[in-house]
Design a protein around this ligand. Structure first.
Ligand code: AMP
Ligand code: MN
Ligand code: MN
Ligand code: MN
Length: 276
């Protein structure tokens, strides 16, 4: 089983259309796939149809932006029903405010000597509701303001950097409840990316369990190999099932491709066994 249960298309901040991501996943050897666009499920029908045509297993997915203890956490929902109205309405509320925030990011960047970045970022957006920092990064790299996406985030747009505008996303309890209403399982995405203290991490995992959350990502393109081991241990300690996903956005040097990560450690229970 080569499961890749986390990646993005043009429906959010990826560079390939859902069917193109499906073809690339299949060509890379993925046998069970989920497209998990940020705060948006409009790509799900195209993704499922493309996966079916290729004979590749498919789980409907989403990655919801959450604010917990003043920081952003991402919650992946897997095996969701994309026609669930509770989920559709919750995601619409979560997307609300992205445009105003993007205009504010444009103003901050102008003050830092990068004019017209909002208009520039918009040129890379195919879903106007879903403008994100990634689109600004693409504009800034292609206009020569930065050397790479990573360079943009470390100098301008990362959390706490002067070009970023923090946003208040969904509540953890709401995101988990929308996923559950849609019949899916909630998964804490790339826990290694959050700058919480050990006490805060324990509180986050505890609250997630109390809400009915059962899984975390262990092997993800957003973790280092050391973090695979660290979060495998966390999964064992808290009794979480484990997920695996590339977090693929685009074909880019230095970024992880679909289906190419190592397998989960064998002592963990993969989250997908419940759907096989
Ligand atoms: P937003 O939802 O607008 O806050 O943008 C978040 C997106 O920016 C994430 O989904 C990633 O694709 C991207 N991102 C955030 N931090 C980084 C980083 N340090 N390096 C590269 N991409 C990042
Ligand atoms: Mn992204
Ligand atoms: Mn994420
Ligand atoms: Mn992601």
């Amino acid at each position: 089983m080569n499961a890749d249960l986390h990646c993005h298309s043009t429906v959010s901040d990826g560079q390939l259309a859902p069917a193109e991501v499906a073809r690339r996943a299949h060509a890379c050897g993925v046998t069970l796939w989920a497209l998990t666009d940020h705060d948006e499920i409009r790509g799900q029908l195209e993704a499922r149809e493309a996966a079916q045509a290729l004979g590749m297993g498919y789980l409907a997915g989403v990655e919801i932006s959450v604010t917990w203890a003043s920081r952003t956490v991402h919650i992946v929902g897997l095996n969701i029903d994309p026609t669930c109205q509770t989920l559709i309405d919750g995601l619409a509320r979560t997307r609300n405010g992205r445009s105003a925030r993007a205009e504010a990011i444009g103003e901050q960047l102008a003050a830092l000597g990068i004019p017209d970045a909002y208009a520039g970022a918009l040129k890379y957006v195919s879903n106007p509701d879903m403008i994100s920092r990634t689109h600004f990064a693409r504009y800034m790299v292609e206009s020569g303001y930065a050397a790479s996406t990573q360079d943009v985030f470390s100098r301008y747009l990362g959390d706490g950097k002067s070009g970023n505008v923090p946003h208040r996303w969904a509540k953890l309890a709401d995101a988990v409840s929308w996923i559950q209403a849609a019949g899916g399982e909630a998964v804490i995405a790339h826990p290694g990316r959050y700058a919480y203290t050990p006490v805060e991490f324990d509180a986050l995992f505890g609250e997630f369990i109390d809400l009915g959350g059962k899984a975390i990502e262990v092997v993800t393109g957003s973790h280092t190999p050391d973090q695979y081991r660290e979060y495998a241990e966390v999964a064992r300690r808290f009794g979480f099932e484990a997920s695996r996903g590339s977090d693929f956005h685009a074909v880019e040097p230095g970024r992880v491709d679909l289906g190419s990560l190592p397998p989960l450690p064998s002592f963990l229970t993969p989250v997908w066994t419940r759907w096989l």
